[in-house]
Design a protein around this ligand. Sequence first.
Ligand code: AKB
Length: 323
Amino acid sequence: MNTPKILVIGALGQIGSELVEELCNQKGKENVIASDIRPENEVEIDATYITLNVMEKERLFEVVQKYNIGVIYNLAAVLSAKGEQNPMFAWELNMQGLFNTLEAAKEISHLTQIFWPSSIAVFGPNSPRIDTPQYCVMDPNTVYGISKLAGERWCEYYAEKYGVDVRSIRYPGLIGYKAAPGGGTTDYAVDIYHYAVQNKPYKCFLREDTMLPMMYMEDAIRATILLMDTPAEKIKNRSSYNIAGMSFSPEGITESIRTYLPGFECTYEPDFRQKIADSWPMSVDDTDAKNDWGWTPEYNLDKMTQIMLENISRKYPQTSSIG
Ligand code: AKB
């Protein structure tokens, strides 16, 4: 069987840049097209790249036809903290971008699979906060969370009404060293490593005891491709799956960093993002993902800290005290 052509939308973002690399490795570089809104002449990426704004439905349809696309990963989104600065734009991008890809899958027969990321932001202050179940009260209070919850319902609707093979994961906070995160409440957990390797103190925008679900990027990419490679009959959930990796607080990650850099200092000055974090789970129950498609995480906090510090220190050869 021929490998279908894959289009990654939002390929220059935190998840997109790592996903494109892994898809090229696993599915063949000739089968992957990376796209984002930046002009082609400004982008350096080791893959075929085209400029594409997911809000432009006609252009998206044209690209899907032209390149005979069989699979789309639509990662374009405004995240939780940034979304609160411009709620209407966040709603438009997060919803219209999803509709355009779902409509393309409904209308174009060779486009047979869609991946769309959801988030732990779909939960809210009245959701259980420990081992948050797959199905429970969901009352998100950020525009990002509202758009993700509405998007999940639309994914299930398109799957049931039109037979669209759409699959989704509720990502926890994602932590990687290759690309910068883009305006989320969990971004501190990437920034903190950059300060630590430069021997700088870090001022955290969340309280020290704010426990949140998190995941090392390699686990997240593995989960994403595993979900997409699972035979359709095993995918019982067409809204979005909870997946768990690890849970920690700013205090916990600071302790983990101190095992390598004992002098590292972190101070705490909570801002508007504290309220967002306080409405999210501390940990999630991912039994359904484990049972349906065999999800298991491989990274814990200390293993991740070691990899993050080693790799980020290479970005700061002048100041780093690691390695
Ligand atoms: C955010 O903080 O907005 C994201 C997320 C948890 O979806 N990282």
